[in-house]
Design a protein around this ligand. Structure first.
Ligand code: SDX
Length: 429
């Protein structure tokens, strides 16, 4: 097993340590490179650069493998619940029954948000995007819980901040939806489990108790589990970067929500449905749109296709695609957009452009179809992605803090003007 890499610069060679992870991933540790050689490395988009060592999530992009704390995503999606997976990601092990019961009870006790926060909801224009509202509302939690601002919180205080955020996020998400349709908000009910409570706050009515369909609860658990973590993606890296400055959890998560909003990242699930709707309205001519996606002069991309790491099927997409058929059949819904999605996928997977670039459907390609079948409007899809990703973000922020990782501060190569003297404005040509 290699223990070092040797870098030759001119006549000088430098030995750099090799790091090997428990899944046999390999890295060259360059943390001392600039000190010993005066050189840094350059890697736009960090495509080849590891930011940290983590014990939370492992994925293999070539083999399409995804595991949370060593448990395959397929098993968790089939057998676990979102709350249990949140516990696993944050605390490292599957909870014993009494631990899970206490976790649920602690969360139930903190689902209410400060009544003054309702003024923030009323301050947003009615059509403002739910992701912008979510990011603002989450960072505003730090105003109501100033004790969360300290970077010297005890483990117990930090854990209470974590519980409060997990509990209140579901309330905030459901109330954003209620406000967007002009319906009265529904308060949390301690009799419900986490996902049922969220669905009741979202779809419940003041005038009558509603039955929450177990099919919908099961589908929501599966979707939230599949979104719960994904190692060092754009939004998680943002949470870690912001948290590395000793910034509080609420503000770190709010920054991650903003990063997730982008259509190249979590915003893709909304963009996929908008794309499929456009293709449907255009007569369902998938060949025409595949041609557009391949055309370098056309900035159209096949949303929900391609991934920075998965160069094989995204294992989450496989599970969601199957869940699509199950949920729509059980709910007796036929969605023409699902047929277009399948036709598009079939065409792309046989097209050399996509095959050569190893572009496969990712987690966002089918998820929106299920969210729609469950009754969510398109502009809520990325907010649902954020609700699912919350335990992963929290786990990564907590690990970074526990490992006392340094403040994130990448270097650069300067390519600008070198020396210029100031000139008075009257002399500038
Ligand atoms: C998520 O990182 C994560 O883990 C993210 C995520 C998570 O759980 O956190 O998995 C969630 O963000 C999933 C990705 C959702 N985004 C989309 O579906 C948007 C559409 N996909 C892309 O824009 C793109 O595939 C990315 C952003 C996802 C990945 O981009 P990369 O790795 O930077 O790859 P690239 O843009 O350099 O593309 C490589 C080639 C290019 O062509 P060439 O220059 O080689 O000719 O593939 C082409 C691209 O033009 N390409 C596409 C394409 N995706 C890449 N062409 C058409 N349609 C696409 N979707």
């Amino acid at each position: 097993m290699l223990e070092k890499a040797t870098l030759k610069l001119g006549e000088t060679t430098f030995d750099l340590p090799i790091v090997i992870g428990t899944e046999n991933e390999k890295a060259i540790d360059i943390s001392k490179l600039r000190d010993v050689s005066g050189y840094i490395t350059l890697d736009s988009g960090y495509k080849n650069t590891g930011a940290t060592k983590s014990a939370i999530t492992y994925l293999d992009g070539e083999l399409g493998i995804l595991k949370y704390r060593g448990y395959p995503i397929e098993q968790l999606a089939e057998k676990s619940t979102f709350l249990e997976v949140a516990f696993l990601l944050i605390y490292g092990d599957l909870p014993k029954k009494e631990e899970l019961d206490k976790f649920q009870a602690d969360i139930s006790r903190h689902t209410l948000i400060h009544e003054d926060m309702k003024k923030f909801f009323d301050g947003f224009p009615s059509k403002s995007h739910p992701m912008g509202q979510l990011s603002s509302l989450v960072v505003s939690l730090s105003s109501f819980y100033p004790e969360s601002l300290s970077a010297r919180q005890t483990d117990e205080e930090k854990n209470l901040t974590i519980i409060k955020l997990l509990a209140k996020m579901a309330t905030v998400v459901s109330w954003i939806y209620k406000k967007s349709i002009g319906h009265p908000i529904i308060y949390p009910q301690n009799k419900y489990d986490y996902v049922t409570n969220f669905l009741n706050m979202t779809f419940g009515q003041r005038t009558e108790e509603i039955e929450i369909d177990p099919v919908v609860v099961s589908a929501m658990n599966t979707l939230l589990i599949l979104h719960a973590d994904h190692e060092q993606n754009c939004s998680t890296s943002t949470v870690r970067m912001v948290g590395s400055s000793d910034c509080n959890l609420y503000a770190s998560i709010a920054a991650g929500i903003s990063a997730l909003w982008g259509p190249l990242h979590g915003g893709a699930n909304q963009a996929v449905i908008e794309m499929l709707e456009k293709i449907k309205d255009d007569g369902g001519d998938t060949e025409k749109w595949i041609k557009k996606a391949k055309d370098k002069d056309d900035d159209f991309r096949l949303m929900g296709f391609g991934h920075r790491v998965y160069k094989n099927f995204d294992p989450r997409a496989k599970i969601i695609k199957k869940a699509c058929d199950d949920v729509l059949n059980k709910l007796g819904i036929s969605d023409p957009v699902l047929d277009i999605a399948k036709k598009l996928e079939e065409a792309a997977l046989h097209d050399p452009y996509f095959v050569e670039r190893k572009l496969y459907p990712n987690v966002d390609f089918y998820s929106g179809i299920i969210y729609r079948a469950l009754g969510f409007p398109t502009d809520m899809f990325t907010v649902l992605f954020a609700l699912g990703r919350l335990p992963g973000w929290i786990a990564q922020w907590k690990e970074m803090r526990e490992n006392k990782e340094p403040i994130g501060r990448p270097r650069q190569i300067y390519i600008g003007e070198v020396n210029r003297d100031f000139s008075e404005i009257q002399n500038r040509k």
